[in-house]
Design a protein around this ligand. Sequence first.
Ligand code: PAF
Length: 326
Amino acid sequence: MFHTTIKAALAGVALVALGISGAQAQQALKLGYSLAPTSHYGVGATAMAEELERLSDGKFTIEQFPANALGGEREMVEGAQIGTVDIVITSTGPVGNFVPDTLITDIPFLFRDYEHAHAVLDGPIGQEILAQFPNHGLIGLAWGENGFRNLTNNVRPIRTPEDTQGLKVRTMENQVHMRAFQELGVLPTPMAFPELFTALQQGTVDGQENPIGVILSANFSQVQDHLTLTQHVYSPALIILSPIVWDGLTDEEKGWFEEAAAAGAAAMREKVREDADNGVATLKEQGMQVVEDPDRAAFEAALQPAFAEFAERFGQDKIDAIRNTG
Ligand code: PAF
């Protein structure tokens, strides 16, 4: 006991001599995302922060910057590459522009349901994609979730692909999504999320597409009349860390970050499910006209020419490996 006390005191003296106080040894990390703190991203960020603080005994803390405070998703990912942002929670939307291997996950009607998506992303296919991130100046800590995307617009109720002809729809800055929407006769208008609410309000675009949790959290019922539960594409999210933080960590600390990100991803997925189950009723109460059962098979059939291009680009074998998982 006596020796332990002396050792601790000597260690303290040594740290002071080196100019490293307890407070300085702590690291506060900046985590950015595009949605409100009450959204699935906010819930995921809080769960990750609590777990990281607990595992590291307070050495690492996370300060959250919600609602695009650090920029749109593309800007935040760029920030992680250069170290101005430490952690980003983002959809895969812009990530394919940095890590092209993620683009395969953006193919419409690829994932049957949430269980299928989790089996793929948490299994070898998803983990191999995460392993590509360091080659592109990023660390992919975990697959989180944004959810199945649905179409909203201000022109007409959408039931079939014929109804989408000529609509101007904001898409994410994602080549796969844009190609698919083109096939539906839509004019895809790529736009960063922070500009979207005003664009809908001013009629610069007729519609947009996002999961129920986003439509709720971003208050799109204020600027969109029609919602169709197209569920046309599963939108994965990613928890990305700056390599500048990662390279300074010990192996034990890297394990804490991975564990904390897994806790964040699990909490995010739970909240996405809750919103998907309960959110449509809220959106109806807020005045949206909802088409609950559009002709999804017709939408999938209309996309065949785009699917043929995706098969050529990504490999039919890789697409089949995803479809056949689970
Ligand atoms: O539509 C998007 O850009 C994304 O789904 C969002 C809302 C930023 C969440 O990742």
